[in-house]
Design a protein. Structure first.
Ligand SMILES: Cc1cc2nc3c(=O)[nH]c(=O)nc-3n(C[C@H](O)[C@H](O)[C@H](O)COP(=O)(O)O)c2cc1C
Length: 150
């Protein structure tokens, strides 16, 4: 299954660390959304969209990309996010967009990521050591369970 993960990770590269852990020892490709230019998403059997959570949602650029992408029925799509406080499903609105499209939505992986946004900076940040090794292991399990990148 030819797979790519497109990601946006601007705060502390937390999401990038998870994306790299997912891609380790697989044939999966990864690409920052800012470097997407020469990639045709219709070439892939499976596409992951990954982002930090900024104001309760995936980064705008990832949401816009999902909106403008024409998937096909035999393409699989999954989502990945890292966030400061993992208490709600921040993928809900992007999942809604994906599920209205012609593709198979596999699911979402999420974990916490070091967060120094706004007043959290004053207290030295939250989720300080995340993503940690356990988070990365869980991310790899998600990939294995869904047979992504094989
Ligand atoms: C502008 C901004 C807004 C954020 N908003 C939220 C939020 O609404 N909920 C949350 O749990 N974390 C929030 N965070 C924390 C990030 O989601 C978290 O640190 C994430 O791991 C960042 O991923 P990145 O390092 O890949 O950019 C915010 C961070 C920033 C910089």
């Amino acid at each position: 299954m030819k797979t790519i993960i497109i990601y946006m990770s601007s705060h502390h590269q937390n999401t990038e660390k998870i994306v790299q852990a997912m891609a380790e020892d697989t044939n999966m490709e990864t690409c920052k959304i800012s470097e997407l230019r020469n990639i045709n998403l219709s070439d892939y059997d499976c596409i992951g969209f990954a982002s930090g959570i900024y104001y309760h949602n995936f980064h705008k650029s990832i949401i816009e990309l999902v909106k403008e992408t024409r998937f096909t029925n035999n393409q699989k799509v999954f989502t990945v996010y890292t966030c400061g406080i993992n208490y709600i499903n921040y993928a809900r609105s992007i999942e809604k967009i994906i599920k209205q499209k012609e593709c198979e939505y596999i699911g979402c992986f999420s974990c916490r990521g070091y967060d120094t946004f706004s007043f959290f900076e004053k207290i030295g940040g939250i989720a300080k050591n995340h993503p940690n090794n356990k988070d990365k292991e869980n991310a790899r399990k998600f990939i294995e369970q869904h047979k992504i990148g094989e």
